[in-house]
Design a protein around this ligand. Structure first.
Ligand code: PMP
Length: 707
């Protein structure tokens, strides 16, 4: 994998994009693609591109005039098209031509070449399954959709070669992806010196690499270049709506990832997308692909998106400089088409990986049925989830909320009310004990419990009734307990704290202490729960059944917030109607998703998988023996690499790992956190270890040199 280049692109002023439709299939055997511009307009192409950050307007849709014959009518459309394209370019806009069959290219690029002639020749990247370089003499069908490239180079029917504007110069033209053509076409192009990247070469080198070379051919010593995309370069399985399909094409993802490398290139002056036949694409998949292509090429790129967020967002996060746009399993892609292994899974929220097909299905089908009704009514999904949550935790009742902190608040409220109603603590005297180094969320009450100065700074005053004891110290816990103590709130492993494991037997001993003093033991398993540490719940490693368990993150399948507080009867029965609630908590959509999430964890054996893969990952990381590593610790796929603070800082390591395609997160300056999706492939984990080794070795070598 090449080293990732995060330098800003040259041009960040937004393009003024004009869509020009060509409702012509005069060159093709099937008239269907004449409908493409109207179909895309009706589907809201302009609106959706605007939503994706493009400044765009439909200029017009050109329609063929009823003339003597197809070639004459086509030449007429092409003349008009060339004039429109030249006009838009002359006004500094980016024309985007939506065919029609590919014969319209004979107009688009003559117009573009004409507009730029004073500045130099026009370069052109021609992405296509075919070569489109027939002349009437060589064409088996006599159809003009096989002729536009030859015509642009000055060969073929005089009506096409005679369109106003310079012919293209072959040295600045290249074809990418050809896999279905006649030898005469290839001969002509090769003779003229057009570089053809045949499909085999694209497969072998990857589209992105080929397009980088194509970009150099088209952009160097030219006034700029155009890109014409025959959507049939994509395999029919991914682009069913094309007029002349050819098998063995690129996948839609390959196309998008490859094109992403051209985003933001100011030398790209115009674009053309052709051969979409909406009649063959009832699900409009190809239509959406075209939308993705346009947004990917012309919409805001990584640097612009980061700048937008910096300008319009609050600065309460400092993200690593990568803009993600797509995920599948353990892999994520950025807007420039680079691929990353997700070793973070959104702090365990994406334990099942990105876009798990069963979860996508569960969410979409439930969204179509019923999503939110509030708890003013029952819905037919929540009851099943509540029962399942109790089965998993061995507890009696569950209370569903949205985010983790709401579930923590719910637990705190339950504990206090329990203290007054059941334990008999005097009014407003209840105390809750938490741990040094805890993380339970960001509400004012919860940060009030925190020992991290920054989390509290400027947010006081905080509610009273909370104490802290050192994590891992049961004696301190016992000493802190008073007759007013309602609950001890603890993470079985401190995640945000830096993957801190308490001493063996800690939780079991805490449970004994709590029981002896009639104090509730509440485990915050928002991050450690649902398989993350190799058991359903991390407290099960010590056979502890707490009085209450807080679940979140992974419960929502990485798709939406679903959290819950689950507790013993005695605790949960303190709530009466009206005591506590939330509009979205327990909604049918979230409940259906959580149910499917739990089913997938069980049926795919993800808990066991986390244990097995986690053990191997831990061993392999320990075996790195890097001088930069002080300790590797963790349980299941929940691992922290503690760096030697004098030799490396975690942010730098996370940045270097990002550049090598690995997404991790630094915590507390010295810890690299690893929490990959539990569905991650073993080979991918091994690849991650290699990346980590590489980065640490390089940094160690540099430190040595500096020393
Ligand atoms: N508890 C723990 C242990 C957590 O790790 C987190 C989030 N990192 C929370 C609670 C809060 O969850 P949320 O961000 O969904 O409010």
């Amino acid at each position: 994998m090449p080293r990732h280049d995060l330098r800003p692109r040259a041009n960040d002023s937004p393009r003024d994009i004009r869509l020009i439709g060509v409702a012509s299939a005069l060159g093709a055997p099937d008239p269907g693609c004449a409908q493409a511009p109207d179909a895309l307009a009706a589907a809201g192409l302009e609106r959706s591109l605007r939503r994706r950050g493009c400044e765009v307007q439909w200029q017009e849709i050109l329609r063929p005039a009823p003339l003597a014959d197809d070639m004459t009518a086509l030449a007429d459309v092409c003349q008009r098209l060339a004039a429109r394209v030249a006009q838009q370019l002359g006004q500094g806009r980016t024309p985007v031509v939506i065919g029609g069959d590919h014969s319209c290219a004979a107009g688009t690029w003559r117009g573009a070449a004409r507009a730029l002639a004073a500045r130099g020749p026009l370069g052109l990247i021609w992405i296509d399954a075919h070569l489109d370089s027939h002349t009437p003499e060589t064409s088996p069908s006599g159809r003009a959709h096989g002729m536009p490239l030859a015509a642009l180079l000055g060969y073929g029917d005089a009506r096409l070669t005679g369109i106003a504007g310079p012919w293209l110069s072959p040295g600045h033209v290249c074809v990418v992806g050809a896999r279905s053509y006649e030898p005469e076409e290839a001969e002509l192009l090769v003779r003229l010196g057009v570089r053809v990247f045949f499909a085999q070469e694209v497969k072998r080198r990857g589209l992105a690499a080929v397009l980088r070379e194509a970009q150099a051919i088209a952009a160097e010593h030219t006034a700029g270049y155009g890109l014409t995309l025959d959507i049939d370069v994509v395999d029919p399985s991914d682009a069913p709506g094309v007029s002349t399909p050819a098998h063995d094409g690129l996948s839609d993802d390959e196309l998008l990832a490859g094109l992403a490398g051209l985003n933001g290139d100011p030398r790209l002056v115009a674009l053309e997308v052709v051969e979409f036949n909406p009649r063959l694409d009832s699900a409009f998949r190809t239509g959406r692909l075209i939308e993705d292509v346009l947004a990917g090429l012309l919409g805001p790129g990584q640097e612009q998106l980061i700048a937008l967020e910096e300008r319009w967002g609050a600065h309460n996060y400092a993200p690593l400089p990568v803009v993600l746009t797509r995920g599948e399993g353990a892999w994520l892609w950025d807007v420039a088409g680079r691929r990353y292994l997700d070793m973070m899974s959104a702090y365990s929220a994406v334990s099942l990986g990105h876009a798990h097909p069963r979860l996508v299905q569960a969410v979409t089908s439930q969204a179509r049925r019923l999503a939110v009704t509030s708890r003013a009514y029952y819905n037919d999904r929540l009851p099943l989830l509540l029962k399942r949550l109790c089965a998993i935790t061995g507890l009696d009742r569950a209370l569903p909320v949205n985010t983790g902190l709401e579930a923590v608040e719910t637990a705190l409220k339950a504990a206090r009310k329990w203290a007054y109603q059941v334990k008999g603590v005097a009014e407003d005297k209840a105390e809750i004990i938490a741990c040094e180094g805890n993380f339970h969320g960001r509400s004012i009450t919860i940060v009030g419990m925190s020992s991290e100065a920054q989390y509290k700074d400027g947010f006081g005053p905080f509610p009273p009734g909370f104490k802290r004891v050192p994590y891992g110290d049961t004696r301190a816990l016992e000493q802190a307990i008073t007759p007013n103590t309602a609950a001890f709130l603890v993470e079985p492993i401190q995640g945000e704290g830096g993957i801190i494991l308490p001493p063996a037997g800690y939780l079991a001993r805490c449970a004994e202490v709590c029981r002896a003093h009639k104090v509730l033991l509440i485990c915050d398993e928002v991050q450690t729960g649902l398989g993350r540490t190799g058991r359903w719940l991390a407290c099960q490693h010590e056979d502890v059944r707490p009085d209450g368990v807080i679940l979140g993150k992974a419960l929502g399948g990485g798709m939406m917030p679903v959290s819950a507080f689950v507790a013993r009867d005695e605790v949960m029965q303190v709530f009466r109607p009206g005591d506590h609630g939330s509009t979205f908590g327990g909604n049918a959509l979230g409940a259906a998703l959580a149910l499917e999430t739990l089913a997938v964890i069980e049926e795919e054996g993800l808990v066991e998988r986390s244990a097995v893969l986690g053990r191997e990952l831990l061993e392999r990381l320990r075996a790195l023996r890097s001088p930069l590593i002080r300790e590797v610790r963790g349980r299941g796929l929940f691992i922290g690499i503690e760096l030697e603070p004098t030799r490396a800082d975690a942010y730098t390591v996370a940045r270097r790992l990002l550049e090598r395609g690995l997404l991790t997160k630094d915590t507390h300056g010295t810890v690299i956190r690893l929490a990959p999706p539990l569905v991650i492939e073993r080979e991918d984990l091994l690849w991650a270890v290699e990346r980590i080794r590489l980065v640490l070795d390089k940094l160690a070598a540099r430190a040595e040199l500096a020393a």
